[in-house]
Design a protein around this ligand. Structure first.
Ligand SMILES: [Zn+2]
Length: 83
């Protein structure tokens, strides 16, 4: 009896994880909600990638702000990430 229950549980787990995997939808990040990185002491560029080499020069002087605010402050997307 115990074996049957274990089998049912495994089947349930497998089917659950499978349906979860297929139903996971990556939410589209809207511009308004996006968070970007800036280096206030190093120009007027914003970066989506914290590890972008455009930010490495700034080291610890990087700051995380919303994309909306970055644009409003006059920041433009770093040319490395511009595609
Ligand atoms: Zn960048």
């Amino acid at each position: 009896m115990k074996k049957i229950i274990t089998r049912i549980v495994i089947t349930l787990l497998v089917s659950t994880s499978t349906s979860l995997a297929t139903s996971v939808v990556v939410p589209k990040t809207t511009d308004a909600a996006a968070i970007v990185w800036i280096a206030p002491r190093h120009g007027k560029k914003y970066h989506y990638n914290k590890h972008c080499w455009g930010l490495t020069r700034a080291h610890h002087h990087i700051k995380q702000i919303s994309l909306t605010k970055a644009k409003a402050t006059g920041y433009t997307l770093c040319r490395i990430e511009k595609r």
